[in-house]
Design a protein. Sequence first.
Length: 483
Amino acid sequence: MNSYDDQLKKAFDPESFRAEGHKVVDGLADFLATSTPEKRPRVMAYENPEAMLKSWAGRFGPAPSTAFPDLLGEVLDRSNNLLHPRYIGHQCTTALPLAALGGFVGQFLNNGTAVYEMGPVNVAMERQLVRWMTGLAGWGPDADGVFTNGGSIGNLTALLAARQATAEGNVWVRGVGSETPVAILVPESCHYSVKRAVAIMGLGEEAVAPVAVDDRFHARPDDLGRAFDVAVKRGRRPIALVANACSTATGSFDDLEAAADFARSRGLWLHVDGAHGAGALLSPKYRHLLRGLDKADSFIWDAHKNLLMPALITAVLFRDGGRSCEAFSEKASYLFEKGARDEWYNFAHRTMECTKTMMGLRLFISLAAHGADFFASYVTAMFDLARDFAVLLRGSGDFETAVEPESNIVCFRYLKKGEGDLDGLQRRIRRTLLERGNFYIVQTDLRGHAWLRTTLINPRTTLTDLEALLDEIRAVASGGTLF
Ligand SMILES: Cc1ncc(COP(=O)(O)O)c(C=O)c1O
C-alpha cells in the first residue's frame, strides 16, 4: 500500500469509510453516554499551551502515521467537553448530536454556497430559515438576510449595510475619507466585535459614541441624546445606534422600544446585536425581552449560542431586505442593485464569504427532526435555570450576584469571610477551577471588580450541578490549593 494509486483507492474506498465512520460514531456515542459528572468527572484536562503544542509535534509526516479512529480517543480526552453538564463557561453551546451529524453530512457533500448552483439545497434551506427568523422578529415579507460565520462578522455585515444606507455619496468607491466623519452610538456593554467592526470599516475607534449603562447594564435611554450631541459637537454625523439583546457580560436586554423611538426620531439605523439573546424570540415566556425588535433595521442571531448548533451559524437579518444587498455593494444605493436583489439565491452578493459551509443544513434538519417547540422549551428552561441559580446564590449567605439574570448568563462572586482581596480571590478561584477541570466557568470585570461568570447553555445542566459548583468553590477557596 505504498503507491499513490493504492493510497487513493484507500482514501476513497466506501467500505473503509463505512468501517471508520461506524467506529467514530460509536466512539462519539460512548463519549456522549459517559459525559456525566458520575462517569467522567472532568470537563477538561487543562494543559499549558507549550506542553500541548509539543505533544502534537512530529505526529504526521510524509507517510501515514495514525488512523483517525485511533486518534479519536486522545482528541476526546484532551479536548474540552462541551457535552458535559458542568461546562458552563463561555457562550459556546453544547452541540445537538443530530446537528453535528448534519455538519458531517455538509462537510461530506462540501457544497459551497456562494452562488445557488454550487449548493442549491443549502441555499433554499437557508432562505427558509431566514424567513422563519424574520417572522419571529415580527418583520414582514420584505425582510431578508443571510447566514454568515459568526456574530463578529454578522455585526460587521450589518454595520456595513448601515454605513452604505446612510452614506452621503458613494462611500464604497470613494472611501470613508470622502465623507463627513460619522459616529455610531454603542452601549458601553456591547460586545467588542462592534467596536472592532467600526475600526475595520475604517471609521476609526473614535467613531464609537459610547452610551452609558444603568446599574443592571442596560443602555440608558436617557443617555442617548447626550451621546448623540457629543458626537455632533465633535464634528461627526451619527448614522446608527446599536442595542444589545442581550449583552455579553451580564446577559442584559436593552430597551429596544426606547432605542427604536430614539433611532427613528434622529434618523439613525438601529442594529440589534441579538447574537446571544435572540433565541428568546422562541420562548412565549421570555420573548417580551425583545419587544421593539420589529422596529429595528437589522439584527443578528447566533444559532451556535442559543440554538444548540455547532459553530458557526449566524443569521444577519434586515427588515428591508434590499438593505441586505448593500453591505458589500459596489453601488451607492440598493436601488441600483436590482440584479442582486432579484438574485436572492446568490449569497455572494451579500456575505463576506465566497465559499461558505452548508450551515443552514445543520439548523434545518435539527428543526425538522426535533420541532421548533423543542428549542422554545430549551430556551425557556435555560433562562429559568439562571433565575433558580440566582435564588440559590442569594440564599447561600456566602455568595452574591452581580445583577438579577435576564437571560441564561449569571455573574456572581464568593464572599469568603475575612478575605481582604475579594477580586484576587475570584481570579484565583477561576484559575484553580480551570486547572482542576471539574467545572468550566469564566470571569468578567464589572463595576471595577472581578466576578465569576457562567452561561447556562447546556440543557443537561441542572441545579444540582450548580450546587456542586458552589461546593467546589468553597472547597478550593478554603483548601489552600488556590493558584
Ligand atoms: C452579544 C455578542 N455579540 C457578538 C458576539 C460575537 O460572536 P462570535 O463569537 O460568533 O463571533 C458575541 C460573542 O460572544 C456576543 O456575545
